[in-house]
Design a protein around this ligand. Structure first.
Ligand SMILES: Nc1ncnc2c1ncn2[C@@H]1O[C@H](COP(=O)(O)OP(=O)(O)O)[C@@H](O)[C@H]1O
Ligand SMILES: [Mg+2]
Length: 392
């Protein structure tokens, strides 16, 4: 798939820009803080309806407009060409009316978001995956060095884009876990009936087992592909392995490919109920999952060099693009945000050579000095300056 048109109105550094695009490699240069990341992040937002940086959505609207206008509206619109269709996505960000009336022009409070697909209002979950995007940046180090929550977010962003089943179960699971935890609290205090808990356990188990099985399957697929790239790039031939570490009791054998059913998970919940009740929270389940990233059996966060950690993350991104394509039979777009300076020439060549197989690629860099010549010759070049973007 590819983006054939994108328009950003009052989004971050952009007052109003529109780009007509084709497939191929798009090279975007521009000074620091010119808005390269803002552009790529907007594209990623179209795919995921989430900010990469976990930043508040109000940050998407241009600050100037937030302050100056009573009803600020930022808008990202795009045409997405898939194998056989063209979809139109519109995403509008506006300040809640209540807040505007209160004459409070400070950019505070929550932004109202509206999403449209082909002109029809949709929920975020109905838009996610219409465009699929893989975003790579130097911040990817957080996948290795960050918290389990960041790694779960990584998995969720990847799998949700190509599996509606995953996204649905994830939303359902998150809702039920909140309800179950609040019931646990109530039972602790006022001895609410246990059979209510039986009901939530059963509902939770359906969603949990689906998520666990899908995570297991997808992580295995990802691991095999990332390992393939890593072996070529690390001349010490270190063995990269990404493995699922589900939050299940230790008796569970995680060395096997994990496939569990609803009853198995209900059993876990029931056995652990006294502990859950004491803590008013659910100890086991996908909300506490993690992944291990190892080089030759040693944890990459503790034993890998920074260079190796960077290589791992780009191998993971290339693997994601491959996986997303294989599952859907249509390539995701690839957003490579300022990553080339992180690598030596040999690795840069390998990365761009593989990236160039993807239908549509956006690659940002302050200038062309780190961009392999071969790539420059076959790319479409843009420059961002002072809120404007021009094709060279
Ligand atoms: N909501 C916003 N409104 C206006 N400008 C913003 C907003 N959010 C970020 N910026 C500006 O965007 C710039 C950063 O853009 P970025 O895309 O990260 O640059 P680059 O990737 O080219 O270095 C900063 O100057 C920042 O002040
Ligand atoms: Mg940037």
């Amino acid at each position: 798939m590819h983006i054939s048109n994108i328009r950003l109105k009052k989004i971050r550094t952009f007052e109003d820009i529109e780009l007509n695009l084709t497939n191929g490699i798009h090279l975007i240069t521009g000074n620091n803080a010119s808005g390269k990341t803002n552009l790529l992040e907007s594209m990623h937002y179209l795919a995921t309806t989430k900010s990469i940086q976990n930043r508040n959505d109000k940050n998407f609207i241009s600050w100037k407009i937030m302050q100056e206008s009573a009803l600020p509206i930022g808008k990202i619109s795009a045409h997405i060409n898939t194998l056989d269709e063209i979809h139109e996505i519109d995403m509008m960000f506006s300040k809640p009316i209540k807040e505007t009336i209160a004459n409070d022009n400070e950019p505070s409070g929550k932004i109202t978001k509206n999403f449209r697909l082909n002109g029809i209002t949709k929920k975020a979950s109905e838009i996610i995956g219409t465009l699929r995007a893989i975003y790579a940046s130097p911040n990817d180090m957080q996948i290795i060095l960050g918290t389990p929550a960041e790694r779960r977010k990584y998995l969720d962003i990847l799998i949700s884009q190509y599996s509606k089943k995953y996204l649905k179960n994830l939303q359902k699971y998150n809702r039920i876990i909140r309800q179950r935890n609040s019931l646990l609290k109530q039972i602790k205090h006022i001895k609410k009936r246990y059979d209510e808990l039986d009901y939530w356990d059963s509902e939770l188990a359906i969603a949990a087992s689906e998520i666990i099985n899908l995570r297991s399957e997808n992580i295995n697929q990802l691991s095999a592909r990332a390992k393939f790239h890593y072996e070529i790039l690390d001349n010490k031939n270190k063995d990269l392995k990404i493995s699922y570490r589900p939050a299940l009791p230790q008796t569970f054998d995680t060395t096997k490919m994990i496939q569990i059913d609803k009853d198995y998970f209900i059993d876990i919940l029931q056995k652990n109920r006294p502990v859950d009740l004491r803590q008013s929270s659910t100890v086991f389940g996908p909300h506490r999952d993690d992944i291990n990233i190892d080089l030759s059996e040693l944890a990459a966060n503790a034993y890998g060099s920074r260079g190796q950690q960077k290589l791992i993350t780009i191998c993971m991104r290339l693997a994601e693009a491959h996986l997303s394509n294989q599952v859907t039979n249509d390539q995701p777009i690839l957003l490579l945000d300022d990553i080339l300076s992180e690598f030596d020439e040999e690795h840069r060549n390998y990365i761009v050579e593989h990236a160039a197989n993807v239908e549509q690629v956006f690659l940002t860099s302050p200038d062309l000095s780190n961009v392999p010549k071969k790539l420059i010759d076959r790319s479409i070049q843009f420059n961002i300056n002072d809120g404007n973007i021009k094709q060279n």
